[in-house]
Design a protein around this ligand. Structure first.
Ligand SMILES: NC(=O)c1ccc[n+]([C@@H]2O[C@H](COP(=O)([O-])OP(=O)(O)OC[C@H]3O[C@@H](n4cnc5c(N)ncnc54)[C@H](OP(=O)(O)O)[C@@H]3O)[C@@H](O)[C@H]2O)c1
Length: 254
């Protein structure tokens, strides 16, 4: 049975922009208590103000243990417990395999994979009390090969593997673990990584539309609806839900 949204307390990392902000909006508009975090204090506070009193914004870096403990405590306090953890914070690293720097690789694995694992461990005692759920955010990069994105794709592949193991490990505690695998949605991620200007990014996204079976790129709400299913459907665990308008089908007009 799908549990009622308005009774939920949800912690979303990286909720100051993009998909995370979309998840926060989706749940806050439906009455859930939402806690979001990000490193840029102004950004996270502005998003919390925009979304209203159901949302609490915390400036925090998920790569830091003290910050992770603080956001778990903040979410538990704000929502009176914790029903869902959305490990959404993530970064892009781009470049040929011949030029990738070791520290940059360590950094992207730290934020995209290790931080979510550690946060998950801290969330378990709280989620256990509410038969809660965890979502990781994978990527269509595990379904389509984009040259130059090996590091990013590898982190996303790790999350899919992790999802299965943690679903098995946490199932006896009645905690469900799923991974959302989104296609292309226009957000800041590539701009923050210094890959494109906003104008170049808009052009690139528009160019990608025709690679989708449905002829369009995605929206934050498209992805939020899919994630909501995984968080609230009581018998759904260990699943990777591709939500990409058919991008991963590899449309070919030959
Ligand atoms: N957009 C897409 O097409 C797409 C497709 C598939 C998967 N995804 C995944 O979706 C997730 C969200 O990305 P997005 O596309 O929405 O990009 P985004 O708008 O750049 O959002 C990512 C957020 O993560 C936060 N963040 C990064 N490092 C952090 C850290 N160490 N601690 C706390 N917060 C951190 C950033 O805020 P601060 O810089 O302020 O910390 C930012 O608000 C990522 O995991 C991404 O890989 C995106």
């Amino acid at each position: 049975m799908m549990r009622p949204i308005e009774a939920m307390s949800v912690l979303i990392t990286g909720g100051g922009s993009g998909l995370g902000a979309g998840f926060a909006r989706f749940y806050a508009e439906r009455g859930a208590k939402v806690t979001i975090c990000g490193r840029r204090e102004e950004k996270i506070k502005a998003m919390a103000r925009e979304l209203g009193p159901n949302v609490r914004g915390e400036a925090a870096d998920v790569a830091k243990d003290a910050d992770r403990r603080r956001i778990i405590a903040a979410a538990v306090e704000h929502g009176g417990g914790l029903d869902a953890l959305v490990n959404n914070a993530g970064n892009m690293l781009h470049g040929p395999i011949t030029g990738l720097e070791e520290q940059a690789l360590i950094d992207i694995f730290h934020v995209n994979v290790v931080a979510g694992m550690q946060l998950t461990g801290l969330a378990v005692p709280h989620l256990e009390q509410r038969r809660g759920a965890i979502a990781f955010i994978g990527s269509v990069h595990t379904r389509r090969a984009f040259p130059g994105a090996s590091a990013y794709a590898a982190t996303k592949g790790a999350l899919e593997a992790l999802t299965k193991v943690l679903a098995a490990e946490l199932g006896p505690k009645q905690i469900r673990v799923n991974c959302i695998v989104p296609g292309a949605v226009p957000t800041e991620i590539n701009i923050r990584a210094g890959l494109f200007t906003e104008e170049q990014h808009a052009k690139r996204m528009a160019g990608l539309a025709s690679s989708h079976v449905l002829g369009r790129i995605g929206s934050e709400e498209d992805v939020a609806e899919a994630m909501d299913y995984c968080l609230r459907a009581d018998w759904c665990t260990g699943h990777a839900l591709v939500i990409d308008g058919g991008l991963s089908l590899g449309l070919s007009n030959f």
